[in-house]
Design a binder for this molecule. Structure first.
Ligand code: NAP
Length: 260
């Protein structure tokens, strides 16, 4: 996505993978300064551990405690988080109003970024379900401390049934349903879900997960993780290059690759 888009924009950049071990992270960032790399994306397990090595954080990255983008600003390394903002943009492009209650299935790194972005963009209450209840509790407590209303619950059929009846957004933030396990969904059914509830999946491969198909069968609005993926990528390229990338082209490139 990035290389084709950079070519399309006529920019002389290249996006490369650098597989490193966790104990090499600090050296990698030193190398970034020495080699004058303009930016980096980081993924699991680096999103949280990178914070202490950076010179500055965007307010969202600081508050949610996770970074997925680094920009090299003349030797000063600045951390950003575009995952959550990418998710917000994926709702905004569909004209979906950001208000009400969000129910998260899963409380990992992606849930964290999306939850902070939602909490600071109009959502009034967030519920987290996780099979590891302590993980969900930690997430909810961090949000409560920042004066948003949030609660944690153990993942069970009953707790999902109770909470999903009040939710305006249901968000799958687990890998359940991701390729190749495409016949799985994180919940058995969407019975009792409000008519206007939006079913979101952060998974982008496949484009339409079983959970989204379950939502469509009930006539609910659904949002695939593909939009979040494309938007976070576009926000990232803009941070690095200072230019707005062609969003439709990026989406086309991603959909083409996923469909193939
Ligand atoms: P993560 O930090 O490992 O968190 C995964 C969460 O899912 C944890 O809460 C984990 O629970 C839970 N989980 C894992 N396997 C489960 C299972 N079999 N049943 C129930 N819960 C399970 O991963 P992440 O980075 O947040 O990623 C989560 C999903 O978001 C992935 O599918 C990833 O591809 C997607 N994502 C999409 C985008 C995008 O741009 N669209 C960006 C980032 C991530 P435990 O705590 O019990 O392990």
């Amino acid at each position: 996505m990035h290389n084709l888009t950079l070519q399309k924009m006529g920019l002389n950049y290249v996006y490369l993978p650098f597989p490193i071990r966790p104990d090499q992270l600090e050296d990698m960032l030193k190398a970034m300064r020495v080699l004058n790399l303009c930016g980096l994306n980081v993924t699991i397990p680096f999103k949280e551990m990178i914070l202490k090595y950076l010179d500055q954080l965007s307010p969202l990255a600081r508050d949610c405690g996770a970074v997925n983008v680094v920009k090299n600003d003349n030797g000063k390394l600045v951390g950003y988080n575009t995952d959550g903002l990418g998710f917000i943009a994926s709702l905004q492009e569909r004209g979906i109003p950001l208000k009400g209650r969000a129910l998260f299935i899963g409380a990992g790194g992606a849930a964290r970024a999306v939850a902070w972005a939602l909490a600071t963009n109009g959502i009034s209450h967030l519920d987290f379900l996780d099979r590891d209840e302590a993980r969900a509790r930690e997430m909810a407590e961090r949000l409560i401390n920042r004066s948003y209303s949030a609660a944690s619950h153990p993942m069970s059929r009953q707790s999902f049934a109770d909470l999903s009846r009040q939710a305006d957004f249901i968000i799958n933030a687990t890998p359940v349903g991701m390729f190749p396990g495409v016949n799985a969904a994180p919940v058995d059914n969407l019975d009792g879900v409000l008519e206007h509830c939006v079913i979101c999946d952060l998974i982008y491969h496949p484009i339409r997960t079983l959970l989204l198909k379950m939502g469509e069968q009930k006539g609910l609005r659904t949002v695939s993780g593909v939009s979040m993926f494309v938007h976070q990528g576009a926000l990232t390229l803009e941070l690095w290059t200072g230019r707005k990338p062609p969003l439709d082209y990026m989406r086309e490139v991603v959909l083409d690759a996923l469909e193939r």
